[in-house]
Design a binder for this molecule. Structure first.
Ligand code: DGJ
Length: 714
């Protein structure tokens, strides 16, 4: 490929480069900054790494690393400080940079900048995971002035491109329709993806994007930037194309209603923007993220995950001890690892018989659970399954004892009528006392019932009626301090209970970010478990999150879909069930039991292997995804026939699935497994080259048909 196609050069700004290049590189890419004669730092290059680092010296400088407000730039800045004297401009010059190796092997470079007029300092951090082609970047901003300053804008990252054509893929939707992918060509002007929901921050928009450089995003080819913000709150990505066709990408906390007063000497750290650059499209970018997440970010990233039976859709709020003990028995019968008790187990003055009351009162409802959670953990133990419990500790129903006692802990406007999202309000986690209260919920339950192995931590409401008793005159700090308060609680839980596993849930995928996943082992992508919808939702989330993070349950949503189809979709993530055995026929139960066994033996490939998305549900009536074991291992392939029409024909090429990620010179036996008749069926033996280049006809015209294939080296 020509250099022009690879390099995102920025040749138009006439600032001369001096000898000081700062090269931040992964195994395949380089991001190069230069300290110019005027002392300012410019992005010179971002693209495929060049063999001779000395070649970077001959490149001209581009745009500034972290453009500030009030100076000569006419577009969106990354940093806007209002200084103590009211001056809204900032000029940052280089004061030094240093590199070091972090405990997890990552390479860190910190570029230090300062506004000499005001003694404010900005450090720009880059943390590099070379073998994964992943870079994390964030900034710290320190007030060096004698009085408080105000941060109006404080991005985590600013990246520049000079390619002319840019194609943005966003992931948005709503409850039960998360992470829909759509692509737009960016033209002159500004496009922003952001959320202002506070908690349940990602209900409408996920905190990640893909940027096709020069051409639209493709699965296996093309230059593509994929970026995400590690922040469990309001985020904003700004994409701005200027009059010369140059693009700046600014990522960070959403500054909406969040200006920040920094006291003298105080430092504000922005969250991490995490990104990869792929020259083989979305597939490689996803695998970079999946590998990096398992090795470096995700809580217990290299551990396996438990299958489970959840009672939410099996019972909703209508259960008692007997029903639950029966379900625990069904968990055992199915052969899953854990039983998870969902919403509805707590509250006495206001028993939680529906979502209208009880949130905040975390005592077992006596007439439902006369012997407490202990009777359930005992039953689970007897049945040889683990026990998990649902909580929603950041929230309160106005109809609760907590609200009656501690209205001062609730985010609500003092002088207006309250309005509710799902009949509830959000607790004020900026207040350390509320942080203690939330920590104590988990600590109290774990102390009383040490056998609780897992929490499903839900968060169903955005921040509404926004006003904090605690923040007083600093109301603009609330959105950010809320998230920091949450992390404080999660840090304390993790330190005290390192073996505790937790699912991040927010009415479905309302929380889906990589900072959250430092504390949670997995997340609940959507309440929508209709398997056809899930093909799309999981396709979207898989762009950035590995299979072991994506909880996928077999339920009765769209129950006319064969249970095998529902199960096979769920097997592509972290498998669970959310139904009663009598929702199924005997044959279906027998099938599920076998499927769980199959899943257990496929887990190392699905959860730890490389994922290859082969055929997209967005493109037709079939879908296929495969997982290949690490180190040239065996593979597993899932194929789905969705909605073929009556009398529709299927051509040979439409029915053919070309595999990926195999060793071209190895030979493989392809066998259809996980069949409803319980018998495996041999398809044939082929070379890896044949399977990848020619492919085999595996799609059918059977309606709502799914197939699982084992691809084993001979
Ligand atoms: C929303 C979650 O997404 C569901 O799975 C379930 O836990 C309900 N909350 C319970 O209220």
């Amino acid at each position: 490929m020509k250099l022009k196609q690879l390099a995102f050069l920025l040749p138009f700004v006439a600032v001369t480069a001096n000898a000081e290049d700062i090269v931040i590189s992964t195994d395949n890419n380089a991001l190069v900054y230069n300290v110019a004669d005027n002392g300012r730092v410019y992005q010179k290059y971002f693209g495929k790494k060049l063999k001779n680092a000395s070649d970077y010296a001959s490149m001209p400088n581009g745009q500034e690393i972290y453009i500030t407000s009030g100076m000569e730039d006419y577009y969106e800045p990354a940093l806007h400080i209002v200084h103590a004297d009211g001056n809204p401009s900032t000029l940052l010059t280089y004061t030094g940079h240093k590199t070091s190796t972090l405990a997890d092997g990552a390479k860190q470079t910190v570029i230090s900048l300062s506004d000499k007029e005001y003694s404010d300092n900005v450090d720009v951090y880059f943390i590099v995971y070379p073998e994964h082609d992943i870079i994390k970047t964030y900034t710290t901003i320190t007030n060096g002035e004698k009085k408080p300053i105000k941060l109006e804008k404080f991005a985590s990252s600013m990246l520049h491109f000079d390619n002319g054509d840019y194609y943005l893929t966003q992931f948005n939707g709503d409850w039960a329709s998360e992470a829909n992918m759509s692509e737009t060509k960016l033209e002159y002007g500004r496009k922003q993806l952001d959320t202002k929901l506070g908690a349940r921050a990602n209900m409408f928009c996920s905190p990640f994007f893909q940027l096709g450089i020069d051409s639209p995003a493709k699965e296996n080819s093309g230059d593509l930037l994929v970026g995400t913000l590690g922040w469990t709150g309001n985020f904003r990505f700004t994409f701005e194309v200027d009059h010369k066709g140059e693009l700046r990408v600014i990522s960070g906390i959403n500054p909406y209603a969040s200006s920040r007063i920094l006291k003298k000497g105080e430092t504000f750290s922005t969250p991490e923007f995490i990104f990869t650059l792929s020259d083989e499209g979305q597939g490689k970018a996803s695998r970079n993220f999946h590998d990096w997440a398992r090795d470096h970010q995700l809580y217990k990233g290299n551990d396996t995950r438990m299958t489970l039976l959840n009672n939410w859709e099996a019972t909703y709020f209508d259960f008692d001890e007997n029903k639950l003990v029966n379900l625990i028995g069904e968990a055992k019968e199915l052969g899953v690892d854990m039983f998870l008790l969902d919403d509805g187990w707590f509250g006495n003055k206001y028993p939680r018989h529906s979502d209208t009351q009880g949130l905040g009162d975390w005592d077992e409802t006596k007439n439902k659970l006369p012997n407490g959670i202990g009777a359930l953990t005992d039953a689970a133990k007897k049945n040889g399954v683990k026990f998990g419990l649902w909580i929603e500790p950041e929230m309160v129903n106005p109809k609760s004892e907590l609200y009656e006692k501690h209205k001062d802990w609730v985010i609500t406007l003092p002088n207006r009528d309250e309005y509710y999202f799902r009949n509830q309000l959000v607790l004020d986690l900026s207040n350390p006392k509320v942080q203690d209260y939330v920590f104590d919920i988990v600590d109290g339950l774990k102390t009383k019932y040490p056998d609780i192995a897992f929490f499903k931590w839900d968060c169903n409401s955005p921040i509404t009626n926004i006003y904090s008793n605690y923040e007083k005159m600093d109301q603009d700090h609330l959105y950010v301090d809320y998230v920091k308060g949450l992390y404080n609680v999660l840090d304390r839980i993790q330190a005290k209970y390192p073996d505790l596993l937790m699912m991040m849930c927010s009415g479905g995928g309302g929380r889906s970010d990589y900072e959250g996943l430092k504390y949670f082992t997995e997340f609940w992508p959507s309440d929508n478990t209709d398997p056809i919808e899930r093909l799309y939702i999981q396709w979207g989330f898989s762009q950035i999150f590995p299979a072991k993070t994506l909880c996928a349950h077999v339920t009765t949503w769209n129950r006319s879909t064969p249970v095998k189809f529902r199960t096979n979709v769920a097997m592509m993530g972290k498998l669970g069930f959310d139904l009663k055995l009598d929702d199924m026929s005997k044959d279906e139960v027998a099938y599920c039991k076998r499927a769980i066994k199959n899943y257990n033996s496929l887990k190392p490939v699905i959860l730890e292997g490389d994922q290859y998305r082969l055929v997209s549900p967005y493109e037709g009536e079939h879908a296929a995804t495969m997982y290949v074991g690490k180190n040239d291992g065996d593979a597993v392939l899932f194929t789905f026939d969705i909605y073929p029409r009556y009398k529709q024909q299927i051509t040979k090429s439409e029915s053919t699935v070309k595999l990926n990620g195999l060793n071209p010179s190895a030979r493989y036996a392809v066998t259809e497994i996980d069949r409803t008749d319980g018998k495996d069926s041999k398809i044939g033996e082929y070379s890896g080259e044949y399977l990848m280049q020619v492919g085999i006809p595996l799609f059918t015209l059977n309606r709502l048909n799914s197939r699982v294939f084992s691809i084993k080296k001979i």
